[in-house]
Design a protein around this ligand. Structure first.
Ligand code: NAD
Length: 371
């Protein structure tokens, strides 16, 4: 199957989920919502993901895993979980004996993704792992192998594949609304203020803005163009005297070349707020700003500017978070592969490693195996 055809199918499936339909994924078991264990009660796991089970049709919260027993008990009590649904990082492996838990959702710092994904698979659980999938290609490959060996599903938390505006932009791009797509610009960043944050510690983050916000820029370039890049050229700009950036990069700017001749200019940074995606075709443009936020995203189409605001078809439907949680649950029930599988995370990590290498060596890195 060609990449473009694969992505068309993925987008169509995701559109159905985004609109709140589970029918696209075939037989599910309406009698039982699948149980998730959330690993890591930090800002994303606790404040963003856990409240979203209220919007789910096929998923429910079944357990929490935390290093803070007081917090774990408080969250469990607030959500009606039994004591058997509370784990520490030390007792995590005994989750294998809990039939209430079908899926483990890893919401930990990046460098812990691989270890907890592999432990979850060994405990017989399916895995939803946050982005970036891990901190190296080798870790991604080990995670995929562990899930395959245990015959468990592995999905990456690429929520934008369930976000209504991104899905509509993909649909418009694929149906030629802007003509032949020649260029995508995708920029993501925020001001990272606290030098003590794990995101600025290489041992936990694996890298700087690229590992965090750059993943959105890279993903958008790939899913908007619908092809795999064949070469990358990157440059870095970091003030190493700034105490925030002694270990990881601030800003990366990279250009991806695609087989059709399309190009993508991508950026990530930790020193300014930005969140936008622009698609330029030979017959018009599609623009999203903000593009990949939790909510409040906006979109326009036009010839030269933002001529017409676009709403996604059918309104907002299910939230992107509930869409992603239910997608994996229905994949588990129906035996289908998630549209954003471990292989998709691995593809990104191969490009991430090439971006860093290009910036370090000051040259273009080929991604298609050609010298
Ligand atoms: P956070 O710092 O708010 O939470 C991290 C959690 O991990 C905390 O509960 C912390 O106690 C726990 N933890 C366990 N071991 C730790 C250790 N050795 N060092 C530090 N913390 C440890 O971070 P977050 O913003 O919730 O991010 C968690 C993951 O979620 C990251 O991989 C991040 O990229 C991802 N994330 C994704 C999105 C998205 O939109 N998809 C948004 C935010 C974060």
């Amino acid at each position: 199957m060609t990449i473009a055809r694969r992505d068309l199918i993925l987008s169509a499936a995701a559109l159905a989920i985004g609109a709140g339909s589970a029918a696209a994924f075939g037989a599910t078991r309406p009698d039982r919502k699948l149980g998730y264990a959330i690993v890591g009660l930090g800002s994303y796991g606790l404040d963003v993901i856990i409240p979203q089970f209220a919007n789910c049709t096929h998923s429910r919260l079944a357990a929490v895993v935390s290093g803070d027993p007081v917090k774990a008990r408080r969250v469990a009590a607030a959500h009606g979980l039994p004591a058997s649904g509370i784990y520490s990082y030390e007792t995590f492996d005994s989750i294998r004996d809990n039939p209430d838990v079908d899926i483990v959702y890893v919401c930990l710092p990046n460098a812990l993704h691989a270890a907890y994904t592999i432990r979850a698979a060994k405990a017989g659980k399916h895995v939803l792992c946050e982005k970036p999938m891990a901190v190296s290609v080798a870790e991604c490959e080990a995670m995929i192998a562990a899930c395959k060996a245990a015959n468990r599903k592995l999905m990456i938390g690429y929520r934008c594949h369930f976000e209504a505006y991104n899905l509509e932009a993909m649909r418009l791009a694929r149906t030629g609304a802007a003509g032949k797509i020649r260029y995508v610009r995708s920029e993501h960043g925020f001001v990272q203020r606290d030098p003590a944050k794990w995101r600025l510690k290489r041992a936990l983050s694996g890298g700087g803005s690229l590992m965090d916000m750059g993943i959105y820029s890279l993903q958008a370039a790939r899913y908007m163009i619908g092809e795999e890049p064949i070469a990358v050229t990157a440059r870095e700009s970091t003030d190493r005297r700034d105490p925030r950036f002694t270990e990881v990069e601030d800003m990366l700017d990279w250009t991806l070349e695609f087989p059709s001749g399309a190009m993508a200019g991508c950026q990530s940074m930790y020193s300014a707020n930005q969140n936008r995606i622009l698609l330029m075709g030979d017959a018009g443009r599609i623009e999203l700003e903000p593009a990949t936020r939790y909510d409040g995203n906006q979109m326009w189409v036009g010839k030269d500017g933002r001529e017409r605001a676009v709403l996604p078809p059918g309104g907002p439907g299910k939230t992107q978070f509930a869409g992603q949680l239910d997608h994996l649950a229905t994949c588990v029930s129906s035996g289908r592969e998630p549209i954003v599988s471990g292989e998709e995370g691995l593809r990104d990590m191969r490009i991430v490693e090439a971006i860093y290498r290009s910036a370090r060596e000051g040259r273009t890195i080929r991604l298609d195996g050609r010298a």
